[in-house]
Design a protein around this ligand. Structure first.
Ligand code: FAD
Length: 412
């Protein structure tokens, strides 16, 4: 059959696609997910935020995630040099809601979500690459290639959700791409068997973010997994990363050697898995929706990895879009700007303010400042836990004003 039909087609079975598929199945929609790869497949983005648990729960996938045995996570540690260390416990935060989550090997995690969506009745076809799209006519259609046979076919539908992540299928095909306002940064990363001693004081229940001792816009992630391995990466502007010679592994090892806390922590680590580099991942679009489509997760905007907000934003977008689409398919008029793009961007913009303030130093100054009172600490803990849509939190409601006020207080 060269033309097939589905009520909703979702491009990509990552977190955005799988959560959207499961939510649409709860409404009884017929959902076809087209995924280019076979799962499990590698993906970067391994540290979740507690806010994401609400969407996993909403999609009916909580038990699947809890039973998968991922590393429990309850906070974040920040370290600069050997003596500036501070931590946030996400259970002690301003917002209500989940205070714990997981650190996940994304291959397994994404498969758990996608299998859950399939169990709920979504049809997920792997090894299918979306090549072209016509979303202007009354019946949108996608041109799809079956990777195994090379055969091409057309799928028509009522609505397309693009959850293709860094594949950015519709932004590319529909000329929606706009550059991110952030400078071009990159990351070099791998997984190491960390062999960190139990008595080292290292807390495996928290992500460790390390600031480079001399360059405060350069930072490292250390994300422990439940199998004795850590995900380890360094992030910097591309020009900075270019100064490390050699293989990706040698370059990452050289960068790690410059951070004394990491050098000591990983002294016995086994570096068995080749490192890789990814550059220029920050991206934006002119519009998050059109008449017959919406862009979810990374297919829309991607800010920066520093606060591990990517999967949370992806799931928030899936939840908002599934609600708006459900009403539209029921015949209601949906204002995709007011019901989807604006509410989604509210949280993304709060994260953006903190990403900007991380790199220009204001937020780091506050994070490492020892004299924070409990309320300020809880407000920060809340945004770091992903509650960027909680307008009861002053640092979400007016991030710039909040940052400016604290910057002057901390500088005094
Ligand atoms: P994805 O997870 O990328 O899923 C998209 C899917 O679409 C893929 O499976 C892909 O195969 C499929 N696809 C692509 N093209 C096509 C096509 N043409 N046809 C069919 N299918 C297609 N986020 C966090 O939450 N925590 C972190 O710690 C974190 N760290 C990060 C570190 C770095 C260096 C970077 C760059 C990002 C990080 N992120 C992190 C962000 C995270 O990786 C993404 O935000 C998240 O994976 C987005 O989910 P998604 O569902 O939108 O897309």
């Amino acid at each position: 059959q060269t033309t097939q039909h589905a009520e909703v087609v979702i491009i990509g079975a990552g977190p955005a696609g799988a959560i959207a598929a499961a939510l649409l199945r709860q409404q009884g929609r017929q959902v076809l997910v087209l995924e280019r790869e076979t799962f499990p497949r590698f993906s970067i983005g391994e540290s979740l935020l507690p806010q994401s648990m609400a969407y996993i729960e909403e999609a009916g996938l909580l038990q699947d995630v809890v039973e998968a045995g991922f590393q429990y996570k309850n906070g974040a540690v920040f370290a600069r040099g050997l003596d500036a260390t501070t931590f946030f416990d996400f259970r002690d935060k301003w917002a209500k809601g989940w205070g714990t989550t997981y650190q996940v090997q994304r291959g397994n995690f994404d498969k758990v979500l996608a299998d859950g969506a399939a169990r709920a009745g979504a049809q997920i076809r792997y090894q299918q690459t979306v090549l072209a799209a016509d979303v202007d006519s009354d019946t949108p259609s996608l041109r799809v290639k079956d990777n195994a046979s090379g055969d091409e076919y057309t799928v028509t539908c009522r609505f397309v959700l693009d959850a293709s992540g860094f594949g950015r299928v519709l932004p590319r095909l529909l000329d929606l791409e706009t550059p991110s306002a952030f400078p071009v940064r990159g990351a070099i990363f791998t997984h190491v068997e960390d062999r960190i001693a139990v008595n080292s004081g290292f807390d495996r229940n928290k992500i460790l973010i390390t600031t480079h001792p001399e360059h405060e816009d350069v930072w490292y992630w250390t994300i422990p997994f439940s199998n004795g391995h850590c995900s380890l990466g360094v992030v910097a502007e591309s020009a900075f990363l270019a100064r490390y010679p050699g293989t990706e592994m040698e370059r990452l090892q050289a960068a790690v050697a410059e951070a004394p806390n990491l050098k000591a922590l990983l002294a016995d680590a086994q570096w068995n898995i080749p490192a890789r580099q990814i550059t220029g991942y920050a991206a934006n679009v002119k519009s998050l929706y059109g008449k017959h489509f919406a862009l979810l997760g990374n297919a829309g905007e991607f800010l920066d990895p520093v606060f591990s907000s990517g999967v949370t934003i992806a799931m928030t977008s899936a939840s908002l879009a599934a609600k708006a689409l459900g009403r539209m398919l029921d015949g209601e008029t949906v204002d995709w700007s007011a019901d989807y793009a604006v509410p989604l961007k509210r949280g993304v913009d709060a994260f953006r303010a903190f990403v900007t303030a991380w790199y220009d130093g204001r937020f780091q100054k506050l994070i490492y400042f020892k004299g924070k009172n409990d309320d300020i600490r809880r407000m920060i803990s809340s945004i770091l836990a992903g509650y960027a849509w909680d307008e009861s939190n002053p640092c979400v409601r007016a991030p710039e004003r909040w940052l400016a006020a604290l910057d002057s207080a901390v500088s005094m």
